[in-house]
Design a protein around this ligand. Structure first.
Ligand code: PAF
Length: 280
């Protein structure tokens, strides 16, 4: 595995791969890799000849009061995970090369970013889009793999790719879950054992919501009521939002459209912000 740290080295390597006719599959990450990331890497290996993983905690997607400083980091572990999973290139850029002190260009998707997580984290998707445009222009991927756990991010990135004519296929890979259903996330490492127990109830609540259309009722309000009723039983959980939306446009739905509906939630578990979603 090659470990590349400068933009120039990565660009030159990526251009060489393209000259050789190789299909580049890219997994952008913020590191602290877990089994969810490993499944993205496996998906990348299925879809490309060469797998590039970036490891970069992107400062612009964190709000001023958010956890950028404390976000978990362990580069040695991340590189070992990449090596073990057959990654060809780990790209680990320096923050001052991605964002030099005079950096002033940002990319904003205005429609799909506005609701859900965009309400409580207003600059997050601007930061995500900005860093991904940079990374796409450094790695030149044919295909980029994202976790479906971040369903809004996937929808926003697809829209940005379409609007800006990037020649990148965006693939969403299924959410990996712990045995009790908790969606895997680097932020789960913040949870103590009591919080960890309550956090698992987020997915259980989504399953209660899913049972509504599974039993033939399509009312979105009914789905929301089941989920809220379940979450309210756990005192560490405070709901930020639960929405029933069209899975591509993220427009709110009054009725579940089977196969085309996403129920997405963000929940505080004490001081840890967790997200999850399920398709109906
Ligand atoms: O999903 C993430 O880990 C980040 O938002 C991403 C896509 C790597 C951009 O920093």
């Amino acid at each position: 595995m090659q470990i590349l740290k400068s933009v120039k080295e990565m660009q030159e390597h990526a251009l060489e791969l393209r000259r050789e006719g190789k299909r580049v599959a890219f997994v952008p990450t913020m590191g602290y890799l877990h089994a969810g990331h490993e499944s993205l890497i496996e998906e990348a290996a299925r879809r490309g000849d060469s797998v590039v993983v970036s490891i970069f905690v992107n400062p612009t997607q964190f709000g001023p009061s958010e956890d950028f400083r404390t976000y978990p980091r362990d580069l040695d572990h991340d590189l070992a995970v990449c090596e073990r999973n057959g990654v060809d290139v780990a790209f680990v850029p320096a923050a001052d090369e991605m964002y030099p002190s005079d950096y002033s260009t940002f990319v904003e998707e205005e429609r799909l970013s506005a609701g859900m997580c965009g309400v409580s984290r207003p600059s997050m998707f601007r930061g995500v889009c900005t860093v991904l445009v940079q990374l796409f222009n450094i790695v030149f991927p044919d295909v980029a793999i994202f976790g479906q756990k971040d369903a809004q991010q996937v929808a926003v990135v697809r829209k940005m790719v379409r609007d800006l004519h990037f020649k990148v296929e965006v693939v969403a890979s299924p959410t990996m879950r712990e045995q009790d259903g908790l969606a895997m996330s680097s932020r789960n490492s913040y949870l103590n054992e009591f919080e960890r127990g309550d956090a698992a109830q987020i997915y259980q609540a989504l399953l209660k919501g899913k049972a509504v259309p599974d039993s033939g009722q399509l009312s979105a309000d009914r789905v929301l009521a089941e989920i809220m009723h379940h979450l309210r039983q756990y005192r560490r959980l405070r709901v930020i939002y639960v929405h029933v939306v069209d899975k591509d446009t993220l427009e709110p739905l009054r009725e579940v459209k089977p196969g085309k509906t996403l129920v997405a939630t963000a929940v505080w578990c004490d001081e840890v912000r967790l997200i999850d979603n399920i398709e109906l």
